[in-house]
Ligand binder design. Structure first.
Ligand code: FES
Length: 116
């Protein structure tokens, strides 16, 4: 992990946003596909690995990211890498491989054609 003292560096080295959008009336959305469980798992794994905080990693909730057809989705910046995940194993791999070591998890990449 790099330090965050340079003004050209981001406050966080990596930032992951999880869509937790919930639509009324049972309409399809990430919330219906385990988004909150993925967010909670990511948050706890990042903390347990000592990755949380300035100069390191931040895990945030987001509203609809407009890629609902691929949900549940999360996006990692600064790379702008989109993931579609299913279970804890997927989240753990994103944390260990991408958030910790900067290696994209190819098998979980959101298909580029999937949008809303
Ligand atoms: S509901 Fe999650 S991307 Fe739209």
């Amino acid at each position: 992990m790099s330090d965050n003292t340079s003004p050209t560096k981001g406050y966080y080295e990596r930032h992951i946003f999880f869509c937790l959008n919930e639509r009324p009336g049972g309409e399809d959305c990430c919330a219906l596909h385990g988004a909150k469980a993925g967010f909670d798992r990511c948050k706890s794994q990042v903390k347990a690995a000592g990755l949380a905080g300035p100069g390191k990693v931040r895990v945030n909730k987001a509203g609809c990211l407009d890629r609902c057809a691929a949900g549940p989705v999360a996006v990692v910046y600064p790379e702008g890498t989109w993931y579609t995940f299913i279970d804890n194993e997927d989240i753990d791999e994103i944390v260990e491989s991408h958030l910790k070591n900067g290696q994209i998890v190819e098998r979980l990449l959101t298909p580029p054609e999937l949008g809303r």
